[in-house]
Design a protein around this ligand. Structure first.
Ligand code: SF4
Length: 160
């Protein structure tokens, strides 16, 4: 069983209430081989919700209290992001997935890249809050982009 970001398997879970459907991951879900998780929804945030970025660091820094997750309007949503990460960890512990595949660039799900906190579309190296927490507890997390690269041809929906 795989644990997969909800937006990647076709659920309209993003802050804009859109999806990031990835056809191979949708197929996995339809064949009963994937369980969807959306940390931001499980953290108590609505859909749609305000755009947010990690300010002052990455997901590791958020967990250590050195950085915050802020909306573009200046609301501090750090506690919701941490709660979402903790809820995702609970599910991972129950499911014991063979693989966890999360959406790159997200302040929760980002694996190698996140936005830099300026809300200008700039990416920096680092993981989101959920990925950081899962890794701290021994889980291996790959991004949708890494999954795609490992599984062959590029998905036409990958960068929509
Ligand atoms: S928190 Fe993760 S699963 Fe939820 S919409 Fe954002 S990237 Fe997708």
């Amino acid at each position: 069983m795989k644990l997969v970001s909800s937006c990647l398997i076709g659920l309209c879970a993003t802050w804009r209430a859109k999806d990031n459907s990835h056809s191979k991951l949708v197929e996995l879900m339809q064949s009963g081989k994937a369980i969807p998780v959306c940390p931001e929804q499980m953290g108590g945030l609505s859909t749609p919700r305000a755009m947010a970025e990690i300010v002052g660091g990455n997901g590791e820094d958020v967990l250590d209290g050195r950085a915050r997750v802020m909306t573009r309007e200046g609301e501090d949503v750090t506690s919701e992001y941490i709660r979402g990460a903790e809820e995702t960890l609970k599910i991972a512990r129950m499911v014991k997935p063979e693989e966890i595949i999360l959406k790159e660039n997200s302040p929760s799900c980002g694996v190698r890249w996140i936005y830099d906190g300026t809300f200008k579309g700039n990416l920096i190296g680092g993981s989101g809050v959920t990925t950081a927490l899962l890794r701290r507890h021994g889980f291996t997390v790959v991004s949708d982009q890494e999954f795609e690269a490992a599984s062959g041809a590029e998905d036409p929906n990958l960068y929509l």
